[in-house]
Design a protein around this ligand. Structure first.
Ligand SMILES: [Zn+2]
Length: 233
């Protein structure tokens, strides 16, 4: 009846049939222990058929969260951090500078022995990458949106991804470089739009949606990833 695979769990404490999403095992159906196997399967499958939307949405959410939380956030050799939205292992490479390649961030051997130096060099590299990418995006969108930002600040605002001030300064968190580029882009467009309209009213929404129609969905994705991004230190 339903095509969604699930694990059946019998529980002496369950009074009725419930569905839940386990981060590791996916969809689980919990039934009272006294149910026969046949009754359990029949009831569960009928119930699943009425909850397909919820199941699919919840499974997608758990999957996206797991990808993000698969990282440990350690800026150290052997650490695993998100970069451009994908997990990257920090390894010692043959080159003389830090580079990101195929799911790895390679650091020069010459600095690898000192954890404090590794961390400091990685942090400044991430900030430089954030600035370079932000500058590219701003040059494309500022022209398109007919705004003229005066200055770009790359900071580490822990509570917000970006801000725009009256004098035309755009401030962005370097942690955006850890997020998927689509999310980074959404914050850039959002802040540039503030140079046209303050607040989040209809005028602001109209500017944003003309240039990036799915900005709101991208911002929601960024919020879901926030724990994994702020865990990098
Ligand atoms: Zn805003």
């Amino acid at each position: 009846m339903s095509a969604r695979p699930y694990r059946l769990i019998r529980s002496p404490r369950a009074r009725r049939l419930t569905l839940r999403i386990d981060p590791e095992h996916g969809l689980e159906a919990v039934v009272p222990e006294r149910y026969s196997e046949a009754r359990a399967r029949r009831d569960v499958e009928a119930f699943i058929a009425t909850r397909l939307k919820w199941i699919d949405r919840s499974l997608a959410e758990v999957t996206s969260r797991r990808t993000a939380l698969g990282t440990d956030g350690r800026l150290a050799v052997g650490g695993l951090i998100p970069y451009a939205g994908r997990p990257h292992h920090i390894v010692v490479g043959a080159g003389g500078s830090i580079t990101a390649l195929n799911g790895e961030i390679q650091i020069p051997e010459i600095i690898a022995a000192d954890p404090e130096v590794v961390r400091r060099r990685l942090l400044s590299w991430l900030r430089r990458r954030a600035r370079a990418i932000a500058e590219q995006m701003i040059s494309v969108y500022a022209a398109e949106m007919k705004v003229a930002p005066t200055r770009l600040r790359i900071g580490d605002q822990s509570t917000r991804w970006g801000s725009a001030s009256g004098d035309g300064t755009i401030s962005l968190s370097w942690r955006l470089v850890l997020a998927p580029p689509s999310c980074f882009e959404a914050v850039v467009v959002h802040e540039l739009a503030h140079l046209r309209a303050s607040g989040h009213g209809a005028r602001f929404r109209a500017v944003v949606e003309r240039h990036l129609p799915d900005e709101a969905a991208r911002m929601r994705q960024l919020q879901r990833l926030a724990p994994a991004l702020s865990a990098v230190r």
